[in-house]
Write a new protein. Sequence first.
Length: 84
Amino acid sequence: MNNFSVRVYQIVKRIPAGQVLTYKQVAALAGSPNAFRAVGNILHNNRDPHIPCHRVIRSDGKTGGYNGLAGKKEKILKKEGYLR
């Protein structure tokens, strides 16, 4: 795993329940503001349940993908109090 991936996972691990960051915000916090697509790819390949990838959304406010599980991301975010 490269350093950028490690930084992305560390940032996402710290997002509290009920809050979100955008892919672009995660990229900027990881030191590469234009690497938001890379953040999406990194999170798409995550299989660690301790990394809350569902708390990373698109800049337009839409939830975006969640490992091919349609509707699952929204359900989790609703349960955590982010979505109504």
